[in-house]
Ligand binder design. Structure first.
Ligand SMILES: *[C@@H]1O[C@H](CO)[C@@H](O)[C@H](O)[C@H]1NC(C)=O
Ligand SMILES: *[C@@H]1O[C@H](CO)[C@@H](O)[C@H](O)[C@H]1NC(C)=O
Ligand SMILES: *[C@@H]1O[C@H](CO)[C@@H](O)[C@H](O)[C@H]1NC(C)=O
Length: 373
């Protein structure tokens, strides 16, 4: 018998080997390309376009070994922005996403894909403009009117099913504007975060101790940060997020903690939750500037426009008092600002001028931008 069967076995063996080789090749090339998923998102093409084909085209374009080698060493992070479907949140997300797209493929960037985590429980009108995942709102009454409690809950839900390939996540907010390509500021061990002067766990030791008991360590172990901006390994965030959620709700239900932490309660909750898991952050001052207090963009990576910028026509800051010239995101709670906002008068810091110019550039180039929408 042996003689007749041998050629058939050989053919079968070769076929199997060939099939395995192909499968492995496809898997390897997908793996190598995965961090560059963003390259074929949002090029105005449908998300149903064949990613392998587009990846292949891009490979041909970039086919100089050096370029590919450099790409491999990168530690990409997935940019994740929690947002609601309010007009206020929507226009800020559009501006933010615009600037992300401008910088993600520039030299020095380790920005991977982008997800807007929409925690309003239903799709809105930006689903085709910004890559978005819809998650559920907190059950009615649970947020007690404090809408940002939705942030931890949004991350918990998103991480449960998210299919992104980057090893790291950047948690960001809609009022962040990238001003240059952002590298991965985290280390292999330590996530990167921004220190906020108003987060002071040591000053509120009595309250903090309710959630971070003595046996867990000194209060000074708690970083003076919030969840955003942070670049963190997905595996680390998966540990912290459920605790962050739990601590937020417990703090909100504790009248003393609620009163002490006020509008930054969910930031304290993140800081405490990460300390509970023994995860310290490396503080990166260069993460962002906050006009009008920081005067120059310099070598920093983002502008966070959370504070109002009010000035006299002589360029004097009138913080807290409506200025003759102003840019304040809260002027546009009900709908988007118009295109072409007036630039500040002479004497206003470069950071503020850059902010308004960048908002203008985004609104000029985003299709169908409409004031008040
Ligand atoms: C995750 O996916 C499962 C299965 O499709 C689904 O039942 C669950 O609701 C999803 N979770 C979230 C938070 O979307
Ligand atoms: C949730 O937080 C409370 C208050 O800090 C704590 O007592 C409880 O053990 C936590 N539960 C979980 C599941 O982490
Ligand atoms: C923007 O507004 C300025 C006046 O503030 C005007 O001179 C300029 O032409 C406008 N640009 C566009 C593109 O509308």
């Amino acid at each position: 018998m042996g003689r007749a069967m041998l050629p058939i076995f050989l053919i079968m063996a070769i076929t199997i080997l060939f099939a395995m080789y192909n499968t492995v090749t496809i898997m390897v090339s997908q793996y190598e390309e995965s961090p560059k998923r963003a390259d074929f998102e949002d090029e105005g093409e449908s998300s149903f376009a064949n990613p392998m084909l587009k990846t292949h085209k891009k490979l041909l374009r970039d086919n100089d070994g050096f370029h590919l080698q450099k790409q491999k060493k990168k530690r990409f992070f997935h940019v994740a922005v929690t947002a609601s479907d309010s007009p206020y949140s929507r226009w800020q997300c559009r501006v933010m996403y615009y600037w992300y797209k401008q910088f993600r493929n520039r030299p020095g960037s380790e920005m991977g894909g982008f997800t807007r985590i929409l925690h309003s429980g239903r799709p809105d009108n930006l689903m085709n403009e910004i890559p978005t995942v819809v998650v559920k709102e907190l059950p009615q009454g649970m947020d007690q009117g404090y809408v940002v409690l939705n942030r931890p809950w949004a991350f918990v839900q998103w991480l449960e099913n998210a299919t992104f390939h980057e090893e790291y996540v950047m948690m960001a907010e809609p009022d962040h504007i990238f001003v240059r390509p952002l590298p991965n500021l985290a280390t292999e061990q330590l996530p990167a975060a921004f220190q906020f002067s108003y987060i002071q766990p040591s000053k509120h030791e009595n309250v903090v101790r309710k959630f971070f008991p003595q046996h867990m360590g000194p209060v000074s172990w708690i970083d003076r940060i919030g969840n955003s901006p942070t670049i963190i390994k997905r595996s680390q965030l998966e540990k912290i997020a459920p605790t962050w959620m739990n601590i937020s709700l417990h703090m909100k239900n504790d009248p003393e903690a609620d009163e002490t932490f006020g509008w930054v309660l969910e930031m304290y909750a993140y800081a405490v939750a990460s300390a509970i898991h023994g995860i310290k952050h490396v503080i990166r001052k260069e993460f962002m500037i906050q006009p009008p207090w920081d005067l120059e963009v310099a070598e920093n990576f983002m502008i966070h426009y959370t504070y109002g910028c009010d000035y006299t026509m002589q360029g004097a800051l009138t913080y807290g008092k409506v200025g003759e010239w102003r840019f304040d995101k809260r002027s546009y709670v009900l709908g988007a600002p118009p295109r072409n906002l007036s630039l500040p008068p002479p004497g206003v810091p470069e950071s503020v001028v850059t902010l308004v110019k960048m908002v203008n550039e985004a609104t000029a180039n985003i299709p169908n931008w409409q004031e008040g929408s």
